[in-house]
Design a protein around this ligand. Structure first.
Ligand code: NAD
Length: 348
């Protein structure tokens, strides 16, 4: 296994490998950068095909958290942990406590949050042995409505910039891919603003509900990216802007909650070349971590007014990214990365 030469290694400060013989825990904690504060990021449990794949995921995701928190204006660095195993069949309370002890061994440089394969009850088990965990039953809320509000504010910023509209979203045509926890709440908020919705989900019940409640137009799940609309809002899968889909996108704006929307960075360049304004995913979908940052685990009171004021800054940050992208004639994903680096690299 290679670490420093691994393709996803990017100057990470710290990488730890944890093993517990009693429970069989095998886990990696990666801390990318702590210039802005402790490295906060999800703990993921996944059946990785091999150890290198687990390490790659921890390296890649922890780096992403540094960028996300920096642009969200949070006093957090970037970290992520992965447990190697099947969350459905191999997860036990003892395994989670062993993971908690592993997190504790880093003395607070890394704070674990919920991620794929984790539930609030798992965070509770970890919390029995470490205080460096967030999203327990004592403190956690449901981040999705906050994420959806941040996406709404991001769509507003994009419509103002790309469509030169400052009179709200009434009549704006938005295609939403995925009507899950975020997508459905976003649909509700957009409908309240007078937007005209096109929706797709592999869950036909969710689609029927949106048609009924929001007068939305149902679209085939395989064709939603090509809908003739103003805004395409991916709220389901990652890598949905790829070689097979990019040419079919008709929207002038791509702005949604999904993580890692671009199959790779070059797709950001290709969107820009086609005059499509892309709201970088980690900027527009930061609502969840912003909510966590205002909670009791980080000394806050979870005050709604404070959280929403912070979420409104997603609009302003995106407006700045769009402006700079125009001035520098560069793709928005590249500008977002540069702005994040300016914040966390200069903060030492
Ligand atoms: P979710 O699982 O509740 O919803 C996802 C929805 O997408 C489901 O309804 C699912 O049926 C649908 N879907 C799956 N494959 C599809 C396809 N091929 N076409 C159309 N629909 C499909 O997840 P969520 O919490 O709403 O998150 C949505 C996205 O936003 C994810 O990429 C997630 O990582 C990201 N995100 C979520 C949050 C949050 O606060 N929940 C925060 C940041 C990022």
């Amino acid at each position: 296994m290679t670490v420093f030469a691994a393709p996803d290694y990017d100057g990470h400060e710290h990488v730890s490998f944890g093993y517990d013989p009693e429970t069989g825990l095998r886990a990696v904690i990666a801390i990318h950068n702590t210039n802005l504060g402790p490295a906060v990021g999800g703990c993921r449990m996944w059946s990785y095909t091999n150890d290198q794949a687990a390490l790659s995921d921890a390296l890649r995701l922890s780096r992403g958290m540094t960028y996300k928190s920096a642009l969200a204006g949070l006093p957090f660095g970037g970290g992520k942990s992965v447990i190697i195993g099947d969350a459905k069949t191999e997860k036990t309370a003892q395994l989670m406590q062993a993971m908690g002890r592993f997190v504790e061994s880093l003395g607070g440089r890394y704070v674990a949050a919920e991620d794929i394969g984790m539930k609030v009850s798992d965070m509770d088990e970890m919390a029995k042995v470490t205080k460096h965990v967030t999203g327990t039953s004592a403190t956690s809320g449901n981040p999705s409505p906050f994420t959806a509000y941040g996406v709404l504010r991001g769509i507003e910023a994009a419509v103002e910039h790309r469509l030169q509209r400052n009179d709200g979203l009434a009549g704006t045509r938005v295609a939403i891919q995925g009507l899950g926890a975020v997508g459905f709440d976003l649909a509700r908020r957009l409908h309240e603003k007078g937007a005209r919705l096109h929706v797709a989900d592999i869950n036909t019940e969710a689609v029927a509900k949106a048609v009924d409640m929001f007068d939305a137009t149902p679209v085939n799940a395989g064709e939603i990216h090509a809908a003739d609309v103003d805004v395409f809002s991916p709220c389901a899968l990652g890598a949905l802007i790829n070689d097979d889909t990019i040419d079919a996108v008709q929207a002038k704006i791509v702005a949604g909650s999904a993580n890692n929307q671009l199959s790779n960075d070059s797709h950001g360049t290709a969107l820009a070349a086609r005059g499509i304004l892309y709201a970088p995913d980690y900027v527009i979908n930061a609502g969840g971590i912003i909510e966590i940052a205002h909670g009791p685990d980080f000394g806050g009171t979870h005050d709604d007014a404070e959280i929403y004021a912070h979420l409104d800054r997603i609009h302003d940050t995106l407006a700045e990214i769009f402006q700079r992208a125009d001035v520098e004639n560069a793709p928005t994903n590249r500008i977002a990365d540069t702005m994040a680096e300016e914040r966390f690299q200069l903060s030492v």
